[in-house]
Design a protein around this ligand. Structure first.
Ligand code: ADP
Ligand code: MG
Length: 449
């Protein structure tokens, strides 16, 4: 059994299980070897491996045998090395198998990550605007552009979008995108091959340099040193640099101070955790994509809203949930209802269940408004205490699955009607009083982050 004959099996499978299933589940697999009757595959995630094994295992075995392979079992392993080496290729949404464009110096740029496919909302509008500005090219106004934010909030997406845009607008520019890890790898390789001159020349000859996840080089002294020199050389030549990290420059531990301050010289913008509207927008966009992919598949009212409410961790998880939901629904040929979503996504929903307790909320809200915990649950009714208490009740209703009587009990044994009143009142005030709206935004962000 060779890669070639696996290619033939793939063609057969494509016919027998259909194009959609093939693209979603079989294509991401990598055939490794056939050994003692066991066919070994790399799968991008254990979920894909499990799914394929359960749903297409027999079919794969059948076609392998038909093609003359002596096989009685399949085994799927997660391809960690490949996932690390090519982090961009891991997001294999079935809707768009993007074109990959490889630069001999940098990493592949994923064609799915464009400005067009980036949904803009309050949490990311500044980062988006800055990215757009840099992508327009022209004179360098801020250097570097430093994008930071939590996992899955769109940093890599924006960087790829900039790369695409620049390459389209100005094909003559050398635009290089790579992860900090790849930068280190190249650096170490140059050291090993005693070709530091080549390394330096290469990196100093680019027009735009993008380094993703720069926090990776923290604590790696000689890589940092080299990064610093590359950085300075490019800034001196007025070449645009774009950096991303999971936190602000000043907060990256074990990063040299001179690098920190250099990174802060340009424009530093953060991507905030998503809010409900942004999640909804992203989901709606993806659903449109999937409609083309799975014509005839119906998604019931309220499902998208449900997901946007419940999956607050990050966009990658949100996308993964939708991909799985559509794949599942199309396999079983059912409408996507709330029930089906809850069933199919039970693990994801459980994992992103907010683990905030009423006590956490009381404590945080108390800190925010300078109210003692004993007053939070105590009998005092002065405005400066009662209002924060109402806000805490409101947040408890929003963020926990406690019932109204349970919440009341935790606030010093108050009645559930008191909680209802508080929730109503704060809902009103959120629309009327911008200070309260802001306080609540801030608190929500704290709990969701
Ligand atoms: P990060 O690099 O910040 O960890 P990514 O850029 O890899 O996050 O984003 C994770 C996934 O979420 C990607 O598939 C990306 O396309 C998607 N995504 C994130 N933010 C948005 C957005 N605003 N609009 C559309 N897709 C988004
Ligand atoms: Mg990233």
């Amino acid at each position: 059994m060779t890669n070639e004959s696996w290619g033939q099996v793939c063609k057969d499978l494509q016919k027998s299980i259909g194009e959609n299933n093939f693209v979603t589940w079989i294509k991401p697999l990598k055939f490794r070897e056939l050994h003692n009757g066991v066919a070994h595959f790399h799968a991008p995630t254990s979920f894909v491996g499990d799914w394929v094994s359960r749903n297409f295992g027999d079919e794969i075995l059948r076609h392998l045998t038909l093609n003359g392979a002596n096989v009685d079992r399949l085994e799927f392993n997660v391809d960690r090395a490949a996932a690390k080496a090519a982090p961009i290729a891991t997001a294999t949404a079935p809707a768009a198998q993007g074109r990959m464009e490889n630069d001999h110096l940098g990493a592949a740029v994923d064609a799915r990550f464009t400005f067009n496919s980036f949904v803009v909302g309050k949490p990311n509008e500044l980062a988006h605007a800055a990215a757009r500005r840099v992508a327009e090219g022209g004179p360098v106004t801020f250097n570097p552009l430093f994008l930071y934010g939590g996992v899955g909030l769109g940093k890599t997406h924006l960087m790829h979008a900039i790369a695409w845009e620049l390459r389209n607008r100005s094909p003559h520019l050398r635009v290089v995108y790579l992860s900090a890890e790849q930068f280190m790898y190249r650096f170490v390789q140059a050291l090993r091959e005693r070709d530091m001159m080549g390394f330096k020349e290469l990196f100093r000859s680019v027009d735009v340099l993008m380094v993703d996840d720069v926090q990776f080089i923290a604590g790696k002294d000689s890589t940092q040193e080299e990064f610093f020199h590359t950085f300075n050389a490019l800034v001196d030549q007025n070449k645009q640099i774009i950096i991303s990290a999971d936190r602000a420059p000043g907060e990256i531990k074990d990063l040299e101070d001179r690098i920190k301050s250099r990174l802060q010289c340009g424009l530093v913008v953060d991507l905030h955790p998503t809010d409900y509207e942004l999640r909804l927008g992203i989901l709606q966009q993806k659903v449109e994509l999937y409609r083309g992919q799975y014509p005839g598949l119906v998604i019931a009212d309220g499902v998208i809203e449900f997901l946007a409410h419940r999956i607050t961790t990050n966009v990658r998880v949100l996308e993964g949930a939708l991909t799985r939901l559509f794949a599942f629904a199309s396999l079983v040929g059912k409408e996507i209802t709330l029930d089906l979503a809850q069933d199919c996504l039970a693990d994801i929903l459980r994992a992103s269940d907010r683990k905030v307790s009423v006590e956490d909320i009381q404590r945080r809200v108390g800190e925010h408004f300078n109210v003692r915990l004993s007053d939070m649950v105590g009998p005092k009714r002065t405005r400066t205490i009662a209002r924060p208490r109402q806000i805490a009740m409101y947040l408890a209703k929003q963020l926990t699955s406690r019932s109204l009587p349970e919440i009341g009990r935790r606030f010093g044994g108050r009645d559930h009607t008191t909680v209802i009143h508080a929730v109503k009142r704060i809902e009103e005030l959120r629309n009327l009083d911008s200070q309260i709206a802001e306080d609540i935004e801030l608190l929500l962000r704290m709990f969701e982050g």
